[in-house]
Design a protein around this ligand. Structure first.
Ligand code: NI
Length: 247
């Protein structure tokens, strides 16, 4: 969707507000605002984010904007396209199934490293997230709570670089979930999985909890596969409005 520059600036202003953060907080504030707007869909995929426009909007130099965009790119929320610069990444890409396969590897390892060291406080935090998920009805919150629950099980993973990759995968999933939870009917099933994960984590049964996580993430693989095949079917459909073929 091509917008005239002034329209784009008005649009960005309406989505991001016009708060002018103090210089030392600029990068963090800009990153957080963009991140929320991308995850909640108010900045749709394909939206171009230009450094100068954002710098003007926030009343800062380009440097903190560039840094914020770089962080978001590292989290797979933006991608850099030739001629367009940074654009909001698609909700889900053709390689999403590969992404899940990688998450299964990474998160299994994060669990193995973390589970033996989880203390009562960590487990209480995990339980609190599941309990909130039981009553939450706002999909944006459900996506966030799901991510926080999973992260809580990795709380004692000491490998920071592994956790950067794990968080990247969880961010991607959160975005997808926000838009698709309603249609996927995963809600109850996922919660059964979450309770089971917690029970096994409390029992410190590392291999069982890893198996349960793999089972849980495979539901995601199925949901993504369905989403992509529906989308492909949609795209290959001739425009139906013209002629109706009798059944
Ligand atoms: Ni989950």
């Amino acid at each position: 969707m091509a917008m005239r520059k002034s329209d784009r600036e008005v649009f960005l202003g309406s989505v991001l507000g016009n708060e002018q953060p103090p210089a030392h907080l600029a990068r963090a504030v800009i990153e957080e605002k963009l991140r929320n707007a991308i995850i909640d869909g108010s900045l749709p995929s394909g939206t171009a984010l230009r450094q100068q426009e954002l710098a003007t909007l926030f009343g800062v130099s380009r440097m903190p904007v560039r840094e914020a965009l770089r962080q978001l790119e590292a989290q797979s929320l933006l991608r850099v396209e030739t001629h367009k610069g940074a654009v909001v990444a698609p909700l889900i890409t053709e390689d999403a199934v590969d992404a899940y396969a990688l998450r299964i590897l990474l998160e299994s390892e994060a669990l193995r490293l973390s589970i033996p060291f989880l203390d009562a406080e960590d487990l209480a935090a995990a339980r609190a997230y599941i309990e909130q998920l039981e009553v939450e009805t706002d999909y944006a919150q459900i996506g966030r709570l799901n991510r926080m629950f999973h992260l809580s099980l990795y709380a004692k993973t000491a490998n920071k670089r592994l956790m950067v990759l794990v968080e990247q995968g969880l961010n991607e999933e959160e975005r997808f979930l926000r838009f698709n939870l309603a249609s996927m009917g995963l809600g109850k099933l996922s919660q059964d999985d979450h309770w089971e994960l917690l029970r096994l984590a409390e029992a410190k049964d590392v291999e069982q909890v890893v198996a349960a996580l793999q089972h849980h993430l495979n539901r995601g693989v199925q949901a993504v596969t369905r989403y992509l095949s529906d989308k492909a079917a949609e795209a290959s459909k001739p425009s139906r409005s013209r002629k109706k073929t009798p059944a």
